[in-house]
Design a protein around this ligand. Sequence first.
Ligand code: FAD
Length: 475
Amino acid sequence: MTADSNPLITDLEAKLGADFVIDATAEAAVPYLTEWRGAFAPVARVVVRPGSTAEVADVVAVAIAHGAAIVPQGGNTGTVGGSAAHDPERQILMNLERLTAVRAIDTDNATMTVEAGCTLAAAQDAAEAEGFYLPIALASRERCRIGGNLASNAGGLNVIRYGNTRDQVLGLEVVTADGRIWDNLTGLRKDNSGYDLNDLFVGSEGTLGVITACVLSLAHPPRQRGVAFCAVRDAAAAVRIQRALRDETGDQVTGCELMSRQALALAVAHTEDCEWPFEPRHDWYLLIEVATAARGDWLAGIFNAALAAAQQRDDIRDLAVAETEDDQRTLWRLRESIPAAQTAEGASIKHDISLPVSKLPAFLAAAADDVAAVVPGIRPCAFGHVGDGNLHFNLSCPLDMTAEDFRAREADLNRVVHDRVAAMQGSVAAEHGVGRLKVDEIVRLKPAVEIDMLRAIKKALDPNNRMNPGVLVRI
Ligand code: FAD
């Protein structure tokens, strides 16, 4: 609420009611204008919280009338500054948290229709209540929201089996940049009646329109699950193991996480109840999960036989197989504790990169040399989803260097890592998106023709640069 007589705010209040319009300088705006990593200092003119698709369209109409811009926001858990507004005069920060309905679950079609502001956890609970599984596995599930998941095409832990968020999307409802409502909540699995507009909005990071609802494809919940944690001969062995496991289980690998000893050592050092399952004698570790919705108890036999074969080949050197669900959680905690542990350890520089799986071992070796040449003593802390080629090639500050001196080298470190990725046909924005963080890097690294096409799409759908300006692509 605000006593401000600013005409933009007055018009927004007339549409949404004063309770849902917050002057950006007010205390109540702080949670929406705080970036959790501290990498951006968001500012806006006003924060709005529309309660329906029609109200989202109303806000866009008011923005058009006043020449204002809109920054859509879901759970504000993104890592690249996409939901961090940055213009105190022109930007309306639009949070979607009031659009929380699960509108329908169609059990025969195996789909759910859900609004953009529903948290991922609430959507998953609703699917589970109807006997389904919504396969988007993010540690931020309690806070991130479906609209944010779609707009950032979130990845996560089970992409190897179920694909990215994009692969779950069958239909969208969008408020376009000219304020119209596009209702494509069809739930069709086949529709070749033109360009795939759903796919255009998924991963568009709020730069083309506001996603207000979607139809998501649902899977069946896993009924058999196996988890193992192993020390591997080297990163190349990890790649061989995931290939063999996928082959042996008939593509039932649902998680395949590579971790360096350095990364795991931080997890163990900084996390309560997080211990090595065996003596850490090797440089690389792999956490593998297999799961299937099929009934029976046959998966464990295949899983154990495949692990034993990998031991015989000397690809696996130490092995812990979970016997109970508690064991499974304990092994997963090793992986899940790494990001927070790295923060607790001190200054770090993060790279969310992807490569063809076959190129990961060569990348890890070369990139470790590249960064050591820039900052001797640097501690690469690599971990990530080796099964889908996405690594978090994170770098921790040398023990004898100040955080300030380390930060001063960030641009140089980014450049050598990104150059190495580009030289190996990888992506420097694998699952977290471009946001404001990597706009210039993708211009530097992508072919000019690709940047021209991105700009042409942006100009066609948002000619006045009203939707999340400064994010993903500049026009
Ligand atoms: P926000 O951060 O609010 O927004 C993200 C982008 O989407 C912004 O550009 C915003 O403008 C746009 N946007 C938001 N809502 C809409 C909408 N309705 N319409 C149009 N545009 C919109 N990400 C992964 O990919 N994989 C992971 O494994 C992963 N793990 C994480 C773990 C933790 C602990 C945390 C904190 C984050 C993690 N993330 C991960 C990052 C983040 O959670 C995801 O990117 C998530 O999908 C963002 O959702 P959000 O609702 O918070 O979006």
